[in-house]
Design a protein. Structure first.
Length: 206
């Protein structure tokens, strides 16, 4: 049996197989769903309390059980609203990620970067309490397993260029464009302005 949530502009692929669910003895039951967004397929995982991970993928790895998870439904609704350009701040609960104390401080500071704004790696390092740890901020961003909601895409290089992004710079660029962020790159005394391309249509591909 296949169950579909038709939530505004969202399509969730839900199918009947036990592979869609997993049990973690330390953190409880984990529910997994796939959504097809304007930046490609995303795998979502939640516990019965909070979001566990958001992962960019090429395509769904296997079908999954239909779910009545209230956490998943809220996550899908918030992501849908974000991709439609309506949601600026996520309110859904997040599980604590495994990481060092500095990485956790970085992830907290990332959530303080407003929608439509960016910070440099050095600026995040400064607010996280270690001004000389810009490279460590990049590593913390790369270890972030809840992207978009913890917006590591809003951290760019001090010269205005994109910098790294695990899922790929093209996805980072699309997320920044979605938020209306205009990149200005400063190189060799020249300023190169990159206007964001328009993002139209619904948040999720249907």
């Amino acid at each position: 049996m296949t169950a579909d949530y038709n939530l505004t502009a969202v399509e969730i692929q839900l199918h009947s197989t036990g592979k869609g669910k997993g049990v973690d003895m330390n953190q409880g039951e984990c529910v997994r769903h796939y959504v097809n967004t304007l930046i490609g397929w995303v795998e979502l995982r939640v516990s019965n309390r909070a979001v566990r991970s958001v992962r960019f993928i090429e395509e769904p790895e296997f079908p999954q059980l239909a779910s009545t998870s209230a956490v998943m439904e809220q996550l899908v609704l918030e992501l849908d609203s974000y991709f439609m350009g309506n949601l600026k701040v996520f309110s859904i609960q997040l599980e604590e990620q495994p990481g060092t104390p500095f990485q956790r401080r970085v992830w907290e500071k990332l959530q303080e970067i407003p929608y439509g704004e960016t910070r440099s790696y050095s600026e995040v390092a400064q607010t996280a309490g270690n001004p000389n740890a810009a490279r460590a901020v990049g590593l913390a961003n790369g270890s972030n397993i809840i992207p978009i909601i913890i917006p590591c895409h809003r951290v760019i290089k001090s010269d205005g260029s994109l910098g790294g992004y695990g899922p790929g710079p093209h996805i980072k660029k699309k997320l920044l464009e979605l938020e209306g962020i205009e990149l200005v790159t400063r190189r060799a005394g020249k300023t190169v302005q990159q206007s964001p391309s328009s993002v139209s249509g619904s948040g999720f591909t249907v």
